[in-house]
Design a protein around this ligand. Structure first.
Ligand SMILES: O=C(O)CCC(=O)C(=O)O
Length: 336
């Protein structure tokens, strides 16, 4: 994928903003225009506190690896090399991490929206979907969700190089949702306003002019990316913004905005947060999709194991009676 392909895949809103800003100003809302200018927008106190409570309640059980090994076995993880090699949450114990809350920075739990209705509802919250619908000019689709306990400490990057589950690469945005008030000691998100408005000559050359990163790329090229971004930031005079949100706030950033996770000043501090990447439904590469409210989800159907599903009272009573009967029968057989 060449820079010119990326630029021609941008949203209509952005192409208009870049080429005929006066016309764009007549069409789009103040929020979308601010996003197109800065590459980021913050919505203070728009996430429903009851929904955040539901997410908290569902996440509360996750750290107990041993007790819920069935569920943990299925939750894939990402992040720094160690975590990524573990692949699924249960394997973290092989790295000596028995409680994910104690894991160092960089641990990302992938796609919890597939397991928990609360996480799905959060990913499809009205303030996010309404904004993205206007930005994309059509219904948004969720690409992935990431749940963090601590900072990612991820070096500066632009998402479009890494997230490409969609055919029009320029249709990419992400939401950063704090699950708690974020301390400056917890390794908060850093971003550079305006850095999304790249010109054709400002893209990093990953391979023969291509703009997509690959896990198999040689270490020198991978290291060169960070140096390249640092030099670009210096040259453009972009200054860092540190995001210190309160629970209930929401930040949405552009798929080309330079951003990263800062280092944790206090290694004990949590930075519980939920990050979702979106594209327009029409450009998602997956075949199967289903509607969630005003948006679309392409995940596999929810795969919470039967044993973890909340069951109705009559179902629970019938299975308890069944288990009791089985025990009685077994006892009868052993005494016979
Ligand atoms: O929250 C962070 O520390 C960074 C997250 C991020 O860079 C991403 O998900 O693309």
């Amino acid at each position: 994928m060449l820079p010119s392909h990326y630029l021609s895949s941008l949203t209509l809103a952005e192409r208009l903003y870049r080429q005929q800003p006066e016309l764009a100003r007549q069409i789009y809302s103040a929020e979308v225009l601010q996003f197109l200018q800065d590459g980021v927008i913050i919505f203070p106190q728009v996430i429903d506190p009851d929904l955040l409570d539901r997410v908290d309640a569902d996440l509360a059980d996750l750290p107990a690896l041993a007790r819920t090994s069935l569920l943990h076995g299925m939750i894939s993880i990402d992040g720094n090399a160690d975590h990524y090699e573990a692949r699924v949450l249960r394997n973290l114990s092989k790295l000596g991490v028995t409680d994910l809350r104690q894991a160092g920075p960089g641990l990302k739990l992938n796609d919890l929206h597939r397991y928990f209705d609360s996480a799905r509802d959060l990913a499809f919250s009205t303030p996010i979907i309404r904004f993205l619908d206007e930005l994309f000019g059509s219904a948004p689709a969720l690409i992935q969700s990431l749940t963090f306990w601590k900072s990612s400490e991820q070096s500066l990057h632009q998402d479009f190089s890494y997230v490409h589950h969609h055919s029009r690469l320029g249709h990419l945005a992400a939401a950063w949702i704090p699950l708690e008030d974020i301390s400056d000691k917890a390794g908060p998100l850093v971003y550079y306003k305006g850095s999304h408005l790249l010109a054709e000559h400002q893209f990093y050359n990953w391979d023969q002019g291509g703009i997509l990163a690959s896990r198999n790329i040689d270490p020198q090229t991978a290291a060169g990316y960070g140096q390249y971004l640092d030099a670009l930031i210096n040259h453009q005079g972009w200054t860092p913004s540190i995001y210190l949100p309160r629970r209930g706030d929401l930040l949405i950033w552009h798929g080309a905005l330079i951003h990263g996770g800062t280092a944790m000043a206090d290694p004990a501090r949590t930075r519980r947060s939920y990050v979702c990447h979106y594209t327009a439904a029409a450009h998602h590469k997956a075949m199967a999709r289903h509607r969630v409210g005003e948006g679309y989800d392409f995940s596999e159907p929810p795969s919470l194991p039967e044993t973890m599903r909340p069951r109705s009272l009559p179902t629970r009573l019938v299975s308890a009676a069944g288990r009791r009967l089985k025990r009685l029968l077994q006892r009868g057989l052993t005494h016979a």
